[in-house]
Design a binder for this molecule. Structure first.
Ligand SMILES: CC(C)(COP(=O)(O)OP(=O)(O)OC[C@H]1O[C@@H](n2cnc3c(N)ncnc32)[C@H](O)[C@@H]1OP(=O)(O)O)[C@@H](O)C(=O)NCCC(=O)NCCS
Length: 159
């Protein structure tokens, strides 16, 4: 079983069926467009392609999660979110570190991601974990006020 330690007495392991409702709820709070519980169930069942890493306590309460997609010799960080009451305690960094450690044992040579240019917290987290900007997509993210946000594309070599 894969397991990584995280701050605050939490640990990180792979999501399993039963986690999808909490993951969907957490995701919906962090993003303008959420995914359904059913979508997360199917991602969990397809762990070889779309692994989800959860930061949990001893009662399996989910403080945060990260999901990636394997794309041959590349992987993509699809989403990462930490519950608001658990933020700024090193859990996002621990999730990303676990993802990177796991990817080091995979064929992937590069991890890519997209982030809204105005998402300071996420951009700083990615800067700190070795990602660099490789592109920009203007008007990429829909926003409730109708003015779409620019996405920054970032990448990090693995291994
Ligand atoms: C981005 C997110 C996952 C960070 O999770 P977190 O657990 O709070 O992050 P950490 O405590 O591990 O912080 C790691 C680093 O990120 C940066 N960071 C985190 N929160 C920050 C904030 N509010 N402002 C500025 N920088 C911040 C800092 O550089 C921090 O390092 P430091 O504490 O040594 O300064 C969290 O803010 C979140 O869930 N946001 C909503 C969802 C989201 O935007 N996801 C990213 C989509 S691409």
């Amino acid at each position: 079983m894969k397991l990584w330690l995280a701050p605050q007495g939490l640990h990180i392991e792979m999501a399993r069926l039963g986690d999808e409702t909490d993951i969907a709820r957490l995701h919906a709070k962090g993003f303008y467009r959420g995914w359904s519980v059913e979508e997360f169930s199917s991602y969990i069942l397809d762990e070889g392609r779309t692994p989800i890493y959860v930061a949990i306590d001893t009662k399996r309460r989910i403080a945060g999660f990260a999901m990636i997609r394997h794309l041959g010799d590349e992987a993509e960080l699809i989403t990462i979110a930490v519950d608001a009451k658990w933020r700024k305690k090193g859990i996002g960094r621990a999730l990303l570190t676990a993802v990177l450690a796991d990817l080091a044992m995979s064929p992937a040579k590069r991890l890519l991601l997209e982030v809204a240019a105005d998402n300071t917290a996420a951009v700083r987290l990615y800067d700190q974990t070795g990602f660099t900007k490789v592109g920009e997509r203007k008007g990429y993210y829909p926003r409730p006020d109708g003015s779409p946000a620019t996405a920054i594309v970032m990448a990090r070599d693995l291994g």
